[in-house]
Design a protein around this ligand. Structure first.
Ligand code: UD1
Ligand code: BG6
Length: 684
């Protein structure tokens, strides 16, 4: 969804061309999140201190991909004879990728949105302002005219209104930039992350948020390294020292510049000025209804270090991120389990240690019910883990799609444990469900890939899946790591029961082996490419699964549909006779998952019944079972390595991920950024 990037160089000379490239490259790093238009704002000339009012900032906006913005920026730069070599010792630039919510993708609806023709205030915004209509009406009554269909446009206009009002009757500006923004925030409802730039406050930026992630990255440069080639270790954020500051909604856009970051918190207003960083925050929840006299407090915060490497955001030897992430799974699973599986010894049983929940295990064991809550692939991962959690814990586990739980206001009680599963940790529906569960007093546990995300911060406890940055919109390695974590969660919860110790030890052994089994199944890559070739012109694909692999059917179908744009449906095989059987003929391809587990014989019978109706079958079975499981005439057999039944979904999804990947490439669609989809859905 929408993405924010800003770059401020201080006491270090940077040419306009360089500044433009840093901003545009920042946007390229955000591309994967999904967007349909983009824009940037830079200064039209370097700003001398004696000038009373600096010239209006330049704003460039374009619909379509980043490269169309790049093209239009350089065309306009040439047309207006803007000097790309002009050097700025201080400069503040902002940039944005937009995913349309209010108004179609178009230059006028792209961000930065502006206060008016003079660009006195320009703003980039992630999120939704829910009271924008009321604000718009009020501003229109005060003479403002609106050019876009966005909710965002009220923000720069409100900033101008506040600024003008505060300076009424004054010869010069008497109000601080941060005071303008704090006042604006008091009037905004909804969820947002914002950056403000203003011609009244040259070379300054303000970032603030209520919902939606924002990070400030700090790169301090030593004085004699003004070229920016290297930089010193960060010690104290000294005001006068040359530095580069970056703000982004996504750590991926920062890591190539710096790993030193400040995770901006809700309600904070971060002011970058004269090389310093000031953080202000209202002491009450919103600063709302607190009257003009209420002053925000200044907050001291420490920087943290991003635990990611630049290589994670590059494709390396692969053509696409999705391909890279599928093939990374042996390693990502290893990282997920690192330090968490205990081998045991002569006197000690094998066990699992999840540092993030160990102090809450007693409460979880006492809960009357466990709810798994998530969206999309994360929901499917939870579904895959449900059987083992029920089996080992004996606690009823119910599944909830986050938006549906909130729509129904489904009952949640203090005796419940609610587990929120989210790769990004920022999905709006999941966050709303979390808020609801917290209000109802449940113990809230997070399972996320993103340290510092809203889910990680707002749950009582949880587990990071540590799968590494996932950039392909279609989630692959996060899915398998989520299942591994939830299987470990089940093992940890059941750790105090003797009766199922053998079963637990068998699962732990299988977890140890899982990365090498995943490596083995990845060898099917070429076979899946051939299968994709056979299916390239199909309209539809069904996937039948049950038991542990009902989730595999849903997730396999989701992968195919989201990237290859082929209709695909995951079907619980037990429901076959209650409808789906009507679709079966000799043309419609059907994948049936029939690996060895407690549902094996039932799936064999499903295969027979489909075969009797001349179904076009693609059967996935355990290695060595091809002859016994598949009727002569099955169009293809996919043999996969066998692991402990509850971990089999980790193995079984991989050929389907590969199939979806190859189908997409062969059909000529964008595999990393599928049409209309976003990596992280931060609006409802
Ligand atoms: C933690 C450290 C890890 C270190 C290990 C060594 C972090 C992020 N992890 O890993 O670097 O090597 O100790 O002991 O610093 N949490 C939530 N909600 C969530 C996810 C996590 O509240 O959705 C909380 C956990 O309850 C825990 C903390 O975040 O307090 C870290 O969780 P996790 O990274 O899973 O813990 P460890 O695996 O112990
Ligand atoms: C989006 C993504 O729809 O959000 C999916 O495109 C993802 O890949 C879903 O599964 C849920 O996201 P998250 O971050 O909460 O796991």
């Amino acid at each position: 969804m929408c993405g924010i990037f800003a770059y401020l160089n201080f006491n270090v000379n940077r040419e306009r061309r360089y500044i433009l490239e840093v901003l545009l490259n920042g946007l390229r790093r955000l591309e994967y999140r999904g967007y349909d238009s983009s824009g940037i704002s830079i200064d039209s000339s370097s700003i001398s201190e004696n000038v009373i009012l600096s010239p209006p900032p330049l704003v460039y906006r374009q619909e379509g991909n980043i490269e169309s913005l790049v093209k239009s920026v350089y065309e306009e730069v040439a047309a207006t004879k803007l000097n790309l070599e002009e050097s700025f010792s201080v400069h503040a630039g902002i940039a944005h990728t937009r995913w349309a919510t209010h108004g179609e993708p178009s230059p006028k609806n792209s961000h930065p949105q502006t206060s008016g023709p003079e660009n006195e205030f320009v703003v980039v915004h992630n999120g939704v302002i829910t009271n924008y209509e009321v604000l718009k009406e009020t501003l229109m009554r005060h003479g403002f005219t609106f050019e876009s269909d966005t909710d965002t446009e009220v923000i720069p206009k409100l900033a101008k209104y506040v600024y003008d009002k505060a300076n009424e009757g004054q010869a010069e500006n008497t109000v601080l930039f941060s005071d303008v923004v704090l006042e604006v925030m008091r009037h905004l409802d909804g969820a947002y992350a914002l950056i403000f730039k203003s011609r009244h406050y040259p070379n300054e930026l303000i970032a603030c948020k209520r919902g939606g992630p924002l990070l400030l990255g700090v790169k301090e440069l030593t004085e004699d390294e003004n070229s920016g080639a290297s930089f010193s270790d960060f010690k104290i954020l000294k005001d006068g020292q040359p530095k580069e500051l970056f703000i982004s909604s996504d750590a991926n856009a920062l890591v190539e510049h710096t790993k030193k970051v400040l995770v901006i918190e809700d309600g904070e207003v971060v002011h970058l000025k004269d090389g310093g960083v000031t953080i202000l925050k209202f002491e009450n929840e919103k600063g709302k209804n607190s009257g003009a006299l209420c002053r925000p407090a200044s907050v001291q915060r420490a920087l943290s270090i991003l635990e990611m490497e630049v290589e994670q955001i590059n494709k390396g030897k692969y053509k696409h991120y999705m391909q890279k992430e599928i093939h990374e799974q042996p390693e990502s699973l290893r990282t997920t389990m690192r330090g968490r599986l205990i081998r045991g010894g002569s006197s000690k049983a094998k066990s699992v240690l999840l540092g993030g929940i160990k102090d809450h295990l007693k409460t979880i064991r006492r809960s009357r019910r466990i709810l798994f809550i998530g969206c999309g692939t994360s929901y499917n991962a939870a579904l895959a883990a449900r059987p083992i959690l029920e089996e080992l814990s004996g606690i009823p586990v119910t599944m909830e799609i986050a938006s549906d739980l909130v729509d129904r206001q489904g009952p949640i009680y203090r005796e419940d444990t609610a587990v929120f599963v989210s790769q990004s940790g920022e999905t709006a529906d999941t966050l709303q469900a979390l808020e609801y569960a917290l209000e109802n007093g449940a113990l809230c546990v997070g399972i996320t890939n993103t340290v510092g995300s809203a889910i990680a911060r707002n749950t009582h406890c949880g587990v990071h899946i540590n799968a590494g940055a996932e950039i392909g919109v279609a989630s692959t390695k996060a899915y398998t790591s989520q299942i591994a974590v939830m299987a470990m969660l089940a093992l940890a919860i059941a750790d105090d029961t003797i009766s199922n110790q053998d079963r637990r030890e068998a699962i732990i052994d299988s977890l140890f082996e899982l990365p090498s089994r995943v490596k083995e199944v990845l060898k099917l890559d070429h076979e899946m490419e051939e299968l994709a070739q056979q299916l390239i012109d199909e309209q539809s694909l069904l996937v039948f699964g049950r038991g542990y692999n009902y989730a595999t059917a849903l997730e396999g179908a989701l992968k195919v549909k989201e990237v290859s744009l082929m209709h695909s449906e995951g079907i619980l095989a037990g429901e076959m006779k209650h409808g789906p059987l009507a679709l079966v003929d000799e043309n419609l391809p059907i994948v049936v998952i029939a690996t060895r587990d407690n549902c094996f014989s039932k799936q064999q019978s499903v295969i027979q019944q489909l075969h009797a109706r001349k179904g076009r079958l693609i059967v996935m079975c355990s290695k060595g079972d091809a002859v016994s499981v598949c009727p002569s005439g099955a169009s293809r057999v996919i043999e996969v390595p066998q692991v402990e039944d509850c971990l089999q979904p980790v193995i079984n999804i991989i050929p389907l991920q590969l199939l979806a990947y190859h189908l997409t490439v062969l059909r000529g669609f964008n595999v990393d950024q599928p049409r209309n989809l976003a990596k992280s859905v931060t609006t409802q």
